[in-house]
Ligand binder design. Structure first.
Ligand SMILES: [Zn+2]
Length: 282
């Protein structure tokens, strides 16, 4: 397969191998599974391009003054966009993959890395359909109850696992339950995290939310409906395809659209938007 074989053919063969045997077989440092192959695969499986916000339509979040990862809970924009985020990863629904592919919806996964085991192909499919894979610890502890060392292990080892599987090290962290302290942010920084992303509203898909019932929707500010720049929390739960379709219906009915939150975050905070020229070094 070396020598005259075109790169594309080699990659296709490798992809067939991935599909048959699972991505973990590609791990390694030399030979056909080494860095060159990984670079080729990364190019073929390049992240999707999503519409970017017009200059002046939004205010990029700023680095925190203390030099630790900024905590972001909303995006300041005039666009009628909302940002879908999906946490954990312990339910697997092929209809959901099909829906994301068909509707071409960008969203962000905060993956609890223990759930990758045995299911890497599911998350690969979603990564290629529209999801960025970011960090939600190894096994979902309440971070402020842990020592700084234990917090660091939760974030660094989760990022290691996600990077090994999906070829990109997470730069955005979401703490389980939204609970964090300064040690969490310090640990996150040491693991290469650039921002902490929270949320403005939760869709209690597949479960019951306080005061909003089964499949209820609740804004953190107590209001109703969507506001421009909302970050919406959902979870990988049973019945996800139907629940996601419901959410997409609500968004469209309200005249909004889902957008890719990474395009609204500057690179210094783990996103893809350019940094402001005068931004201080963080
Ligand atoms: Zn969670």
């Amino acid at each position: 397969m070396r020598g005259k074989t075109p790169v594309a053919a080699t990659v296709v063969a490798a992809l067939a191998g991935v599909a048959a045997a699972g991505w973990p077989a590609v791990a390694g440092t030399g030979g056909p599974s080494g860095p060159t192959m990984r670079a080729q695969l990364a190019a073929v499986l390049a992240d999707q391009e999503w519409p970017r916000p017009a200059p002046g339509s939004w205010t990029p979040p700023k680095p925190a003054v203390d030099g630790l990862p900024t905590v972001i809970s909303k995006i300041d924009t005039t666009d009628k966009v909302v940002f879908l985020t999906m946490d954990d990863g312990y339910e697997y629904d092929s209809d959901f993959v099909a829906l994301v592919r068909k509707e071409h919806v960008p969203y962000m996964t905060f993956l609890t890395s223990t759930y990758i085991h045995g299911e890497a192909q599911y998350f690969w499919a979603l990564r290629n359909a529209g999801s960025v894979m970011e960090n939600h610890t190894i096994d979902h502890p309440n971070m402020p109850t842990l020592s700084p060392e234990a917090q660091k292990r939760q974030i660094c080892e989760s990022s290691d696992a996600i990077a090994a599987q999906f070829g990109r090290r997470p730069e955005i962290f979401r703490p389980p339950f939204g609970a964090y302290n300064t040690a969490t942010r310090q640990a996150a920084k040491e693991c290469g995290i650039k921002s902490v992303l929270l949320w403005t509203a939760e869709f209690y898909n597949g479960t019951t939310g306080p005061g909003v019932g089964f499949n209820g929707f609740a804004r953190a500010d107590g209001g109703k409906g969507f506001k421009p720049g909302d970050i919406i929390l959902m979870h990988y739960r049973k019945g996800l395809a139907g629940e996601f379709a419901t959410m997409l219906g609500w968004i469209r009915q309200a005249g909004f659209r889902p957008a890719a939150v990474q395009n609204y975050l500057p690179r210094s905070l783990g996103g893809t938007a350019p940094d402001a020229p005068a931004a201080p070094k963080g």
